[in-house]
Design a protein around this ligand. Sequence first.
Ligand SMILES: O=C(O)CCC(=O)C(=O)O
Ligand SMILES: [Fe+2]
Length: 281
Amino acid sequence: MTHTIDEVSSAVSAAARDILDNGYAVVKLSDLDAGRLQTAIGTAVEFFGRPDEEKIKHGSDDHNYGYRPFGIEYSITPERPDMNECFTLWSSRLDLIPNADDIGPLTDSFLRWRDSLAPLVGAILTEVARRFGATAPAFEKASYLQINYCLPTPLERDLLQDKHEDGHMVTVLHSNAPGLEIYAGGAADPSVTPILPGPDEIVIMPGSVLTALSGGAIEPLYHQVRNHGLDNRQSIMYFVNPEVELPLFAWVDSADGSRADIRAHVQNAPTMFGLPPVEAL
Ligand SMILES: O=C(O)CCC(=O)C(=O)O
Ligand SMILES: [Fe+2]
C-alpha cells in the first residue's frame, strides 16, 4: 500500500490526537517504510549472530555508540540488567562507531529506517506542539536508533526489562514478538496492556521530556518487557531527544509564570539507565 498526501496528514493528526488523548499512538507504515524496518531488523539479527569478539570491535569504550554487550544498561537497578544486547546509531554519526566501514549493510539499513522515521516524527511533534501554541524543537542530531536483541532468559526472571519510562521526548518502537506491556492508565495504575505491533506498525510512546515540554499535560508512558521464554525477539527504537545547543523552554508557563530551561533534564535522563548523558552531536 502506498499512502497519498491526504492519508499521511490524517495519520499524523490521528497520532497527535492519540498521544494527547490516550497517552500513546500506533501508526501504520507504507510498504516502503515497512520494508526498511524489516531490512534494519534483518541485518541486525545477522550481526548479533556473529562471535562476541567480532561484535565488540564495533562498540565504543563508553558503550554509547554501536554495539553494547549485555550487562551495561538497566531499567531500575544495575543488579537487574536489561536482558538484551544492543546496537545504536546516534544521528548520522558513523564516525562514532568503531570500524563502521566493516558493517556497511547494518549502518546503511539503520540510516534508511531513520530516514523513514524522521519526517513522520517531525510532523507528529509539530502537530502536538501546535496544540500548545508552540513549535517543536529540532531533534535529529540528538536522537538515536537502537535495536535490542533479547537473550534467552530463564522464566524465573519475570521481566526482560523492568518498568521504566525512556526519559526522551518520544520513543518510536517496533517489536517483532510479544513482551512489551504498557501502563496505559498511568504509572500509578498497576494494570498493564500487552502491545504487539504488526509487521508494518510502530508505537509512539511519550517520555518525560515531552512531559516537561507540555507542562505535565502529556505523561510519560511507563512500560516493561515480560519474559515469555522466546528465543528470537527483537525491538527497534528511535529515541527522540530535542537538540540541546540552545536553551529549551517548556511550551506552557509553570505555576510561578516562568518557563524553565529543561536541557539538563534532557541531557541527564540516560544516566538513570547506566548510560552517559546526551551530547550535542
Ligand atoms: O523491547 C521492547 O519492547 C521495549 C524496549 C524498551 O523499552 C527500551 O529499550 O527502552
Ligand atoms: Fe523503554
